[in-house]
Design a protein around this ligand. Structure first.
Ligand SMILES: CC(C)(COP(=O)(O)OP(=O)(O)OC[C@H]1O[C@@H](n2cnc3c(N)ncnc32)[C@H](O)[C@@H]1OP(=O)(O)O)[C@@H](O)C(=O)NCCC(=O)NCCS
Length: 212
């Protein structure tokens, strides 16, 4: 499949590494994901990012309608949502799953999902559209991660927990079993959440306290 990565920043470059790893393990001589280049509104077209050209901005993407899959290399969840909803009628949004990730056959995945190295999605968990999980993060059995959540590295959402749409989970944060987090919440790095949160909140510390 021909693909472009939208966003040539840090996340976009991490995704490129994942595509290389996926392709290296693909049987036969054809790459599973043939990266044509980055789509980026800021970088100069033609510039190389880790050897891959920046093709241009949204105008260039429009010219590729129906011919490429789009991978969202944007960490900002609201921007991911906007791009996915704007382009989803015209472009495929493949899930990018690092070969070292484990996804239960009983889990349910939406589209435009990124699961980086060593992520775990356990039995009967549900991962919504446009969710990104960075390296070594896990979602337990029956847990629900709603659309466009961003989960940074080394996080753990335990069994039966629920993360509301557009929430951010900072590096190393944890949510104990059967705990619900309201939409658009922000878990600071290292937060450990023991109690459900019913309104959009910023949570910090262990045990996590609402700080905003
Ligand atoms: C919560 C956060 C946004 C605060 O950032 P900030 O407003 O710049 O805060 P500061 O760094 O100025 O720190 C203010 C105080 O809060 C403390 N603090 C900051 N982040 C904290 C955290 N996650 N947990 C506990 N205490 C924290 C600092 O030690 C400092 O304490 P002090 O006043 O006693 O010295 C940030 O630290 C964070 O956790 N971001 C998540 C980042 C992440 O996971 N990114 C993904 C990787 S790409």
């Amino acid at each position: 499949m021909d693909v472009v990565i939208f966003g040539a920043g840090g996340l976009g470059r991490e995704i490129y590494d994942t595509l290389l790893t996926i392709n290296a393990g693909t049987a036969g001589s054809t790459a599973r994901f043939n990266l044509l280049g980055f789509i980026d509104e800021v970088k100069t077209p033609g510039v190389l990012v880790n050897g891959v050209p920046v093709l241009g901005g949204a105008d260039v993407l429009a010219s590729l309608r129906g011919r490429v899959g789009v991978i969202l290399g944007i960490a900002d969840a609201a921007v991911r949502k906007k791009l996915h909803q704007h382009y989803r009628a015209d472009f495929a949004f493949p899930n990018i799953i690092h070969p070292s990730a484990f996804v239960s056959g009983f889990a349910t995945l939406g589209e435009a999902i990124l699961l980086q190295s060593s992520c775990i999605v356990a039995a009967n968990a549900r991962i919504g559209d446009g969710v990104m999980m960075n390296a070594h993060s896990g979602v337990g059995h029956d847990a629900e991660v709603e659309d466009y959540c961003s989960i940074m590295s080394y996080c753990d959402l335990a069994g039966g927990s629920k993360l509301g749409t557009l929430s951010f989970v900072g590096t190393g944060a944890k949510v104990i079993p059967s705990t619900s987090i309201a939409a658009e919440s922000y878990l600071c790095a290292g937060a450990v959440v023991f109690k459900s949160v019913v309104e959009k909140s910023k949570l910090m510390g262990n045990p996590a306290k609402i700080i905003g």
